[in-house]
Design a protein around this ligand. Structure first.
Ligand code: MOS
Length: 672
């Protein structure tokens, strides 16, 4: 059963909107602190090797410089479990741009200038930063990111491919992508009275607290992480990255002085992860009626030599289409590069680019319409797990999208429609994203005698709308008007919350808040006859597990349609029209929800046409490491983007009936 809605489903304005547009919402770097010291890092100029000489005299002599940190002077960490975080711990250099020193000064200008005076000498060793399909170091990891099986085989795909009446064999590549949220990674770190306070921009305050406490050997009660507003994250602010470590090392070196440290845009290209480039081979085999019999999807990705991260790009192929014979594999190549990480719909975004592009080519090879071809290969149950979907709206999205887009009016023969020198084409692709519920959240709700509720949970708002949507969930669970419900999030002093990742925020936090609300209402009814005692009343709950987890496969789906124009003389590509239809359960807030999908589709358009990190193999750095050269779609690049939601009721996913929508919108756009 899903809970009834009063506030849920309303397109409410963001409660944090006025603060944001008036500039009073405080982001990490803006937290007011006394006598801040400013940090500027020094970055390695080689991709692999050792530091053999350090000269900080000139930097230290600069007026206004407080201290210079190097691997010889910085504090030692207590845990070496995460090699990405061993900053200033040894003379080793593992990738170009790694932090190798830092200057702390009274002003940011002094720190930056003095950092340029630090002299380091290196002994370089040969490096390799290029992903190649035939790389001799490629290996099969134990599992992929997210804990998925590295390989999966059903039936006999090679025999089925050989026997297929229609077949394609296509290799797709995607480049390295960077998250580039508008708010850079920023830290204000203060070590005072044996307690560390960190204001930073993160997807999960408790996650950062645990990782910093472990790294520095501190009792976690001595670490507080505060992050009320985040100006975009896209996965780059989930894990702890070297910027946080450097800020803490600096705070430990200057007890009592708050340290301010924001990454420059250029520094972000080597410090906070990125989406691995991929090489993906997809082979499809069908019978003469266009029924898919075999699918193989073999993925090669890169990781850093110091730490394994394996993008799960073949995993969507385990879910999307029916075929008795199937193989999906992942191989990874360790290189002298920064550690890749999750980025909006990790695995699904590059994986669905390949699979959905191949589906289109296969539809053409089979002489079928790409929409009908997908519908004809819809699986009745989850093809790998054999269990039903809790709800699966792909076919309905394809049909509704085709109707709204005017798909029937297209000319199915490529390169036949011309308009003023432009070739006009149309594309379609599916979107998908799993419904995750991640453990580890708790919520407390307090009610005062005046009937005002305070809901506390250490959740995050990445700019996505949590401040508003979670309050809508709470109001309905409490059966209270929303103006009587106050929400507290973004502080590790609040009850622990799973980080905002895997589009699981509303499912995880919402289910937890509903459980706390049920408990509070029960306590009120049973102990107090429904009236609030003078001292108020409080109830807490842990996140409940989903009892239907083993029964069903749970996914949101969508269908995206694109009109693309290619100039026949210049090759210029324009996308005047994108249209997406999504089946994502109950939409808690159609206004913020629509923004999530608009943003995802725009990011997918940008991925397809504009974004690409260019790595110079001689030096190992991203050459186009700024927003002038790493072009992200601007308003001028984006035409009409339409977002539609189907009314989907799914009683199995969570009490709200909602599915995650933060990542769904980027999946499939590039292929369309
Ligand atoms: Mo999202 S890339 O799972 O933070």
């Amino acid at each position: 059963m899903t809970m009834p809605a009063r506030a849920m489903g309303l397109p409410l304005d963001r409660f944090d909107g006025p603060e944001k547009v008036t500039g009073t919402a405080r982001y990490a770097y803006e937290q007011p602190v006394d006598r801040p010291a400013y940090l500027h890092p020094v970055q390695a100029t080689i991709a692999a090797g050792r530091i053999v000489a350090v000269d900080t005299d000139a930097a230290a002599a600069e007026p206004g410089v407080l201290t210079v940190l190097t691997h010889r002077t910085a504090a030692r960490v207590a845990s070496t479990a995460d090699p990405e975080l061993l900053i200033l711990q040894s003379a080793e250099v593992n990738y170009r741009g790694q932090f190798v020193a830092a200057v702390l000064a009274e002003t940011s200008e002094t720190a930056r200038y003095a950092a340029s005076l630090v002299r380091l000498e290196y002994q370089a060793r040969p490096h390799d930063v290029e992903l190649r399909a035939d790389h001799p170091d490629a290996y099969a990891p134990a599992q992929t990111n997210g804990g998925f099986d590295t390989d999966s085989v059903l039936g006999d795909p090679e025999a089925a491919l050989a026997a297929a009446e229609v077949g394609i064999d296509v290799t797709y590549t995607t480049p390295r992508y960077h998250h580039n949220p508008i708010e850079p990674h920023a830290n204000v770190a203060l070590w005072r009275d044996d307690r560390l306070t960190l204001y930073l921009s993160t997807q999960g305050v408790h996650r950062i607290r645990e990782s910093v406490a472990t790294l520095f050997g501190l009792d976690h009660q001595r670490v507080r992480v505060v992050s009320p507003h985040v100006g975009g994250a896209f996965g780059g602010k989930l894990h702890t990255h070297p910027d946080v470590v450097l800020a803490v090392l600096a705070a430990l070196a200057l007890p009592g002085r708050p340290v301010r440290f924001a990454l420059t845009r250029q520094q972000m290209f080597s410090q906070v992860g990125y989406r691995t480039p991929t090489i993906q081979r997809v082979r499809l085999g069908a019978d003469s009626t266009g029924r898919l019999r075999a699918i193989t999807h073999d993925v090669i990705v890169q990781t850093a030599r110091i730490k394994e991260f394996v993008e799960q790009a073949a995993t969507p192929t385990r879910t999307m289409y029916a075929a008795e014979h199937r193989r999906t594999t992942h191989r990874v190549v360790p290189l002298d590069v920064p550690v890749p990480t999750i980025m909006r719909a990790p695995g699904k975004t590059p994986g669905m680019f390949a699979l959905e592009s191949a589906l289109d080519e296969m539809a053409v090879a089979c002489g079928q319409d790409p929409v009908e071809f997908r519908i004809a290969n819809e699986p009745p149950v989850d093809p790998e797990l054999g269990r039903p979907f809790s709800s699966r709206g792909l076919v309905a999205c394809l049909r509704e999208g085709a109707r709204r887009f005017g798909w029937a009016d297209r000319d199915p023969v490529p390169a036949t429609r011309r308009h003023d020198g432009w070739l006009v084409g149309t594309g379609v692709a599916a979107s998908m994203y799993p419904v995750y519920r991640l453990p580890g959240s708790a919520a407390t709700i307090r009610v005062d005698p005046g009937g005002r509720y305070t809901v506390s949970i250490g959740a995050a708002d990445l700019g996505t709308g949590t401040w508003t949507a979670l309050r809508q969930v709470a109001a309905d669970a409490l059966e209270a008007p929303i103006h009587r419900v106050e929400l507290r999030i973004g502080d590790s002093d609040l009850p622990p919350a799973m980080a905002a990742g895997g589009s699981s925020g509303i499912t995880s936090w919402g289910s937890t808040v509903v459980a706390a609300a049920v408990r509070l209402r029960l306590r009120l009814a049973e102990g107090y006859g429904g009236s609030v005692p003078a001292e108020g009343l409080e109830a807490s709950a842990q996140m409940p597990a989903n009892p239907h987890r083993e029964e069903f496969s749970m996914y949101a789906f969508g269908a995206q349609f694109a009109e693309v124009r290619v100039h026949q003389d210049t090759g210029e590509v324009r996308v005047p029209r994108l249209l997406g239809v999504f089946a994502a359960g109950r939409i808690i807030n159609p206004k913020t929800g629509r923004s999530q999908l608009l943003g995802g589709m725009t990011m997918g358009l940008s991925m397809a046409l504009h974004e690409r990190a260019v790595v110079d193999p001689r030096f190992g750095h991203v050459v186009n490491h700024d927003l002038a050269e790493y072009h992200i779609a601007t308003c001028a690049d984006v035409g009409t983007v339409e977002v539609h939601f189907l009314d989907e009721q799914d009683p199995y996913v969570n009490p709200m009936g909602s599915k995650g929508i933060g990542e769904l919108g980027i999946v499939g756009t590039a292929a369309a």
